[in-house]
Design a protein. Structure first.
Length: 440
């Protein structure tokens, strides 16, 4: 390591040790109404955002406009001969705060079909990237290339009344949602399917058409996409992708720029990239143990070895939830209905029986239960989508529904630019010594 980096390393290690001691001795001390530990440790538990579209409950999981996932499955319209809720219906619920009718959903599908044309330069921009580029990078680049179409940016440049911000945000959001499946499918076919692309089918619903463009005509996969796009759509406002979209949008950046920011956050291993980490971990376990369906005893030992090596079990634990994620349960029920003997799903279910007691025995884990990422990969692999690096792109297409509905509401309600106060560790030390004040 070069000398300059060594110097920084020594400086950083010294300050990290000081912060650790400060939090050990003074972590519960309040700055205003916020504890010092909250300031340093990710702002956990600080209520400082309004997100109208969904709310995360520690026991019931995510509720969209008050509706739980089981309630959505029971009440949202479905495709003809289908059983899973249509994402069009969820978007209507988040935007309008009312359950949609079948006619509402069909009209939303038609709106998105009319807005779904992607300009050629977007594909050309994606094609300029090496095939080795991660799919999420391609996805964000595609979104940024699409920004040339922003109605909000064009109208703002002309001069726009604040009361009209929501209208052009609405137009951009609808266009973006309509076009994302085409961009995502283009990336998938380019990277994994010899650049052989499939044209949209205007007779299909939004998620069904996405499945078609990806190259999957199995009705079960189309149903999976409808479920997947619904349950991944939103997770209140504090998660990284939703918060980043809101934060950048609060500066009056147009929806394309705002969504791209959210997707860069979603690409992080501690957020949306976790779904690929789960399936990767399971594949590695199967290979190490030499079996497609490890026994509970084998899984137990492998999990203990994973934890002993200082790693985490991907897909388990959640910052808010204190029980099994209802999104995991919905996917497990889908698996037991459509693929009850699938080896990978059986492994996921065995992990579900094995991991929580192990994590509970450690005594430090508030939530040892699986989250949404623990199951989604197994369902995708069953239908042949084994390219796990692409899974976060699917997540991103879905997440557009929630963050765009929220951004429309942000503009309609006239929310201001987000600008919290920050402090330095030096000021904290002076404050603890009574030599300085920290202003709220």
């Amino acid at each position: 390591m070069e000398a300059y980096k060594e110097k920084f390393k020594a400086t950083a290690e010294k300050e990290a040790a000081e912060i650790k001691e400060i939090l050990k001795d003074h972590g519960t001390k309040k700055i205003g109404e916020v504890s010092l530990s909250q300031v340093y440790q990710g702002m956990r538990g600080i209520t400082g955002l309004v997100s109208e579209t969904s709310l995360l409950d520690s026991q019931d999981g995510i509720r969209f406009r008050g509706k739980s996932i089981p309630e959505l499955q029971a009440t949202l319209p479905t495709a003809k001969n289908g059983h899973e809720p249509l994402p069009e219906g969820l978007f209507h619920l988040m935007l309008m705060n009312e359950l949609p009718t079948q006619a509402d959903v069909e009209e939303m599908t038609a709106r998105w079909q009319r807005r779904s044309h992607v300009p050629t330069h977007v594909f050309n921009t994606i094609d300029a990237l090496p095939l080795s580029t991660h799919p999420m990078t391609m996805f964000v680049v595609g979104v940024m290339a699409l920004q040339t179409q922003s109605s909000f940016a064009k109208e703002y440049a002309k001069g726009m009344n604040k009361k009209d911000y929501w209208e052009y945000t609405f137009d951009d959001a609808m266009d973006l949602i309509a076009r994302l499946p085409r961009i995502a499918a283009y990336i998938y076919r380019r990277k994994y399917k010899n650049n052989e692309h499939i044209q949209p089918n205007g007779m299909l619903d939004w998620a069904g058409n996405f499945a078609h463009m990806l190259g999957y005509e199995d009705e079960g996969f189309k149903e999976l996409m409808r479920l997947y796009m619904t349950i991944h759509a939103d997770h209140e406002g504090g998660n990284v992708s939703a918060h980043a979209t809101h934060l950048v949008g609060s500066a009056l950046s147009d929806p394309y720029l705002s969504f791209a920011a959210g997707m860069n956050g979603l690409a992080g291993p501690l957020h949306g990239l976790a779904n690929q980490e789960v399936i990767k971990w399971i594949f590695e376990m199967q290979e190490t143990l030499g079996t497609e369906v490890p026994s509970p005893e084998q899984i137990t030992q492998y999990v203990k070895d994973t934890l002993a090596s200082g790693k985490v079990v991907p897909g388990y634990g959640h910052a808010v939830l204190r029980k099994t994620d209802p999104r995991f349960t919905a996917q497990m029920e889908f698996g037991k209905k459509h693929m009850p003997k699938d080896p990978l799903c059986l492994t996921v279910w065995n992990i579900y029986e094995t991991v929580p007691p192990i994590l509970q025995s450690l005594g430090k884990i508030k939530n040892p239960w699986p989250n949404v990422d623990a199951h989604s990969g197994a369902l995708l692999v069953h239908y042949g989508m084994v390219e796990y690096e692409f899974y976060t792109v699917l997540f991103g297409v879905s997440r557009a529904l929630g963050v765009m509905a929220s951004l429309i509401w942000d503009r309609a309600l006239g929310f201001p630019i987000e600008r919290p106060k920050s402090i330095t560790t030096q000021l904290v030390k002076e404050w603890l010594e009574g030599k300085a004040e920290i202003w709220e």
